[in-house]
Ligand binder design. Structure first.
Ligand SMILES: [Fe+2]
Ligand SMILES: [Fe+2]
Length: 231
């Protein structure tokens, strides 16, 4: 398993995995990085290098888990990063998918049944994803932030009370892809359809990695803080 280190050049990291580009953008990093190392860039951007490496390595390897460094990460930094990711979904990915699906439907000339099904399914999926993300933004993250800032929290709650299920959202996206791959009537613009399916697949991967950061980094670190406080 390839693990990126702080002395790796950031250009090397991008050459190895260009899917990390939007992840870098969430940290405010833009291209034109010359020969700077990961550590150089993090210092420049005032990002914790350890946290940055944990995130890019979590995206790069499903097996990666920063067990030792885990407790050194700031939950505030993690929730900030996760919120940036949510914003990216709502401001960039979903509008792109909306637009592609609209064009795909417009390219169909005779049979609307298959695409209509895709449209209904997609809208439902979007609704569920929005609900999931809103719940995290309105309940889960504020709980974590209040815990860190020592604000008063109802003693009946722990982070486990807010545990969210990621598998539902994942499965729905897979069903949507299947619907397109298996049951579309072959009357559509194939280039638009490919773009739609590829964008969906990239989104699926990004969402899985995002959920892994929530489940494997944010959750255990919060539990550890609760344990320390005897909650
Ligand atoms: Fe999330
Ligand atoms: Fe989530």
């Amino acid at each position: 398993m390839e693990i990126f280190k702080k002395n790796d050049k950031l250009s090397f990291v991008i050459h190895r995995n260009y899917h990390l580009l939007p992840v870098l953008n969430r940290f405010g990093i833009k291209l034109g990085i010359k020969d700077k190392t990961v550590d150089d860039i993090c210092r420049e951007m005032k990002i914790s290098t350890g946290f940055f490496l944990a995130i890019i390595n979590t995206y790069n390897n499903e097996e990666y888990f920063p067990r030792e460094e885990l407790l050194t990460f700031s939950p505030l930094e993690i929730t900030h990063y996760l919120k940036k990711t949510h914003q990216y979904y709502f401001l960039v990915v979903i509008p792109r998918l909306d637009d592609l699906l609209e064009k795909l439907i417009a390219s169909n000339t005779s049979d609307f049944k298959g695409l209509k099904m895709v449209d209904v399914f997609y809208k439902k999926y979007k609704e569920e994803l929005t609900q999931h993300i809103n719940y995290e933004e309105e309940r889960v993250f504020p709980y974590v932030i209040n815990l860190i800032k020592n604000k008063k929290i109802d003693p009946r709650y722990t982070i486990r009370s807010f545990e969210t299920e990621h598998s539902n959202v994942d499965e729905k996206l897979n069903d949507l892809k299947n619907l397109i791959i298996k049951y579309l009537t072959p009357d559509y613009d194939e280039n638009i359809c490919n773009d739609f399916l590829i964008t969906l697949s990239l989104f699926e991967k990004d969402l899985e990695d995002h959920a892994r950061i929530e489940d494997k980094i944010l959750m255990p670190i919060t539990i550890e803080i609760e344990n320390k406080e005897g909650r």
